[in-house]
Design a protein around this ligand. Sequence first.
Ligand code: HEM
Length: 124
Amino acid sequence: MQSTSATTLYERLGSHDGITRITRELIKNHLNNPLVNIRYQNVENMDRVEQRVVEFFCAGAGGPETYSGQDMLATHRGMNVSEQEFITVIDDAMSALETCGIDTPTRNEVLAILWSLKGEVIRV
Ligand code: HEM
């Protein structure tokens, strides 16, 4: 059994391939989520966003990838993201992790990281 302290978060999420799979699942969840799907249906280049989200997750989890997108504040500025949207997007992320077989301590670690970003996303 893998111990949470022995491996990095990046490794526990399945490195680049695992994080790519999680991100695809996450975007699928957003598109099926009536509380936020309108936000993502209008995105011009979803492949580019997917690529950036993969990089963001990889870099944030301690992987070697470089994040080439804008910071969270610049990305979400002007969108007027609500508290409800923020929570449901995090729920989508938790479901994606569960679907991909990520264990509870690791999911909770990701939850804490995502939650810490709320000041850079909600109503900025
Ligand atoms: C902690 C929570 C969140 C994180 C970590 C996050 C992360 C990201 C990242 C990395 C990108 C790609 C940036 C780029 O292409 O340069 C992105 C784009 C986007 N995010 Fe978020 N996001 C979060 C919450 C939300 C919420 C709550 C909404 C609204 C429901 C939202 C809506 C969007 C949209 C619509 C885009 C695409 C922007 C575009 O290129 O047109 N995000 N997000």
